[in-house]
Design a protein around this ligand. Structure first.
Ligand code: ADP
Ligand code: MG
Length: 390
């Protein structure tokens, strides 16, 4: 789960990372008011969306008057901001962060990720901040410093000090860096983060270290024990289909094809998507309804899949172990009627109570297409697609 820059800054500041003073705004007037509250004569106005690359996309601007702050904010609110990370749809701007402008002498990069090879948290830093880490790796690989943290000891002070030396920091900046790096590590570990990134971490004209940007992602499987993190979730930044599925406890990933899939079990879902492709089709989504799928759950799965306007066929593929085919069949029939479906629905049922399930489908009087095997189901779903005008 991702959070906004201003939220990450607040968290990191709580652990001891220096950040600029700022305030959140939900309207252009409020943005101007934030600037007045902060005082000074230059502010940075920043669109809060779950994406980096906002600067080059026109989502970040240094403003010199309250009027300029309000005007720039007015142009951003409600806009779908497209960055190189968002995809063509962009992400909606509904919150704007106004902060004091810093005087930048140098931009550094500081990131924390999980290194799967060593199964440890790895610190990545560079003296070439401001650009994305991929660009740094390509254009200035020599500047990259990597360090793996031993979980039993945590990020030791000597390690943080060595990192600061290797970045070429001097004097008190070294102490500030040690403090900031260890603070980020603690935030990462204590809150079950999967990523912390400060880009840029700058050295100001007066020689101090300040985090001008901050990004944090969290392990969704650990959210149950981090209610304070889960509270930061912003559904406006998520794929609405995925958010709806999440709210209903379904595992759903939106894709670009037109064959909507309702399947139980992640493995069967993957296999079904492969079969669809093999038969010449494209899946519109991955959806695992999980075990013990009640008719209500099947209905919800239908609604989620149907919220994607690209879907032209639905394929239901259930191998019932814990599940029961009769429940799933009842859900399919109810969903078909309740949603007033006109698009083709292919149903393949196997496993527990399969005979009862098939009977419910057959006796429903609905034009449901049935299949015995996975391969047959995929082929029938591909064949059932409406022919498109060329
Ligand atoms: P993104 O990474 O999404 O483009 P950033 O927060 O990194 O957004 O902002 C882009 C650039 O704007 C930064 O690299 C920095 O040069 C500048 N910037 C951001 N915040 C400030 C600030 N408070 N003072 C001065 N410059 C800033
Ligand atoms: Mg940045």
């Amino acid at each position: 789960m991702d959070i906004h820059e201003y939220q990450a800054k607040e968290i990191l500041a709580g652990f001891g990372v220096p950040v600029p003073r700022g305030g959140l705004a939900y309207s252009p007037e409020q943005a101007a008011y934030r600037a007045r509250e902060l005082g000074g004569d230059a502010w940075v106005v920043k669109a809060q969306i779950h994406s980096g690359g906002r600067g080059e996309a026109g989502g970040v601007k240094v403003c010199k008057s309250e009027k300029e702050v309000a005007e720039f904010a007015a142009g951003l609110f409600g806009k779908q901001l497209v960055t190189r990370q968002t995809g063509n749809g962009g992400k909606g701007v509904y919150r704007i962060w106004v902060e004091e402008a810093s005087d930048i002498a140098q931009e550094l990069y500081l990131g924390f990720v999980l290194d799967r090879k060593t199964e440890r948290i790895m610190v990545v830093a560079s003296s070439s901040g401001g650009m994305e880490i991929e660009e740094i790796a390509e254009e200035d690989p020599e500047s990259l410093v990597r360090m793996v943290v031993d979980p039993a000891h945590g990020l030791a002070e000597y390690q943080a000090r060595e990192l600061a030396f290797r970045l070429g920091l001097k004097g008190d900046q070294i102490n500030q860096m040690v403090k900031a790096v260890r603070a980020c590590y603690r935030a990462y570990r204590d809150l079950d983060a999967t990523m912390v990134e400060i880009n840029p971490l700058v050295i100001t004209g007066s020689g101090d270290l300040v985090a001008l940007d901050a990004k944090m992602s969290f392990d969704t499987n650990a959210l149950y024990r981090r209610p304070q993190v889960e509270a930061l979730r912003d559904p406006s930044q998520e794929d609405s289909r995925e958010a709806m599925a999440h709210d209903n406890g379904l595992s759903y990933v939106g894709l670009d094809g037109d064959i909507g899939c309702i399947i139980n079990g992640a493995g069967l879902a993957m296999a079904t998507m492969d079969m669809i492709k093999l038969s010449g089709g494209e899946p519109a989504n991955f959806l695992d309804i999980g075990g013990g799928a009640s008719p209500e759950r099947v209905m919800t799965a239908f609604r989620t899949v149907l919220s994607d306007p690209n879907v032209s066929v639905i394929l239901v593929n259930i191998f019932a172990g814990i599940n029961r085919c009769d429940w799933v069949a009842r859900g399919v029939v109810e969903a078909y009627k309740a949603e007033g479906l006109t698009l083709p629905v292919v149903v393949r049922l196997a496993g527990t109570n399969v005979d009862e399930g098939r009977r419910i489908i057959d006796e429903s009087g609905l034009p449901l297409i049935t299949a015995e095997t996975l391969a047959e189901a995929a082929e029938k779903a591909v064949a059932a697609r409406p022919k498109r005008a060329a």
